[in-house]
Design a binder for this molecule. Structure first.
Ligand SMILES: [Zn+2]
Ligand SMILES: [Zn+2]
Length: 331
């Protein structure tokens, strides 16, 4: 019954409970004093929350099962390839760029804060480019396809996105002198928190953390980021600290009278794996093919999504500006 063993191993792998289970069953609680021991108990939180959220959804209202189905398929698809390329890229970037750093951080709390702010800056660059350069949007749009917010969305990524994101974030951190050990701790916190901000309204209705929301990026902020409403488009690129959104003017709070509509503006079938995963690549290929001249072809690849060679642009900036002009409201 090899198939059942494989399914069992995959399930344990998805839940991330093997190490925690080992500590509990052997009674080796000393392991809890180590970094690995602590993380082994934090790792299963998100997968367990995904299951809780799905159950709550089934009890209280009919969830969009197609969102879960497609995201599950994507999880399986990315399970190996994407992760291994990302780890390889992180290792390469550390080797290449560490000798170029002007100084190295020390393992103290204030250098940790410095390192985290630098990491967020790297994250901002990667994420901003993911929305503003059409080629990178092809990698990122998979994550924005779901028309409902729940924790399974955290698994919805094109397999090349993690390597591309980690290359930028690692390079920025290593060049700014962040030690690899500190970088790995930050990556762990970022990954866990970055998953949590996708928590659905079934589990957390508002997802705002009171005054903390001034400094911390909340689930509400990230819901705004996933919205296709003109007011919300291309805002809140940060992950845990919202500092860089404030610096670069992309900070946007959720308005009570502007209900979030999740998804992307392109006509698409969010229940179709091929469309969610490859739809933007096909659309870009079509635009490049039919555009007149090399300059226009290249512009389609590197200009923001919505750019059009006739000058009739439908970029997020154009749509948002039009919205403000007609509504006469300020963000
Ligand atoms: Zn995004
Ligand atoms: Zn997201």
């Amino acid at each position: 019954m090899e198939i059942f063993e494989t399914i069992y191993d995959e399930l344990i792998g998805f839940l991330g409970i093997s190490r925690a289970w080992e500590i509990l069953s052997t009674g080796n609680y000393d392991a809890l004093r180590t970094y690995e021991g602590v993380t082994s108990f934090i790792l299963p939180l998100i997968p367990l929350l995904v299951i809780l959220e799905l159950i709550l959804g089934l009890i209280y209202k009919k969830p969009h099962t197609k969102v879960y189905r497609v995201n599950f398929l994507i999880y399986i698809f990315n399970r190996f390839i994407g992760r291994f390329i990302a780890i390889a890229m992180v290792t390469l970037c550390i080797g290449w760029f560490q000798p170029l750093a002007l100084f190295q951080t020390e393992p103290t709390w204030y250098w940790f804060i410095y390192a985290y702010i630098i990491w967020e800056f790297g994250h901002f660059i990667y994420h901003y480019l993911g929305h503003k350069v059409r080629l990178f949007w092809c990698l990122h749009s998979t994550h924005h396809a779901p028309e409902e917010m729940n924790l399974s969305v955290t698994y919805a990524h094109f397999f090349l996105e993690a390597p591309y994101a980690d290359t930028i974030r690692t390079t920025v951190c290593i060049l700014a002198g962040v030690q690899p050990e500190m970088l790995f701790i930050i990556m762990f916190i970022d990954g866990t928190y970055g998953a949590f901000i996708h928590v659905g309204e079934n589990v957390m209705k508002k997802g705002q953390f009171g005054f903390l929301g001034k400094y911390i990026l909340t689930p509400s902020h990230h819901r705004v980021h996933h919205a296709k409403n003109p007011l919300y488009m291309d805002t809140n690129f940060c992950n845990l600290l919202n500092i860089w959104d404030r610096v670069f003017g992309t900070y946007q709070e959720e308005h009570e009278d502007e209900k979030i509509k999740y998804g992307i503006t392109r006509e698409m079938d969010s229940g179709n794996f091929m469309d969610v995963y490859f739809g933007e690549i096909t659309a870009l290929a079509k635009d490049v093919w039919s555009a007149p001249g090399l300059k226009n072809k290249m512009s389609y690849i590197f200009m923001p999504p919505g750019w059009h060679h006739t000058g009739d642009h439908k970029t997020a900036k154009v749509v948002r500006d039009e919205y403000f002009n007609t509504q006469k409201v300020t963000a």
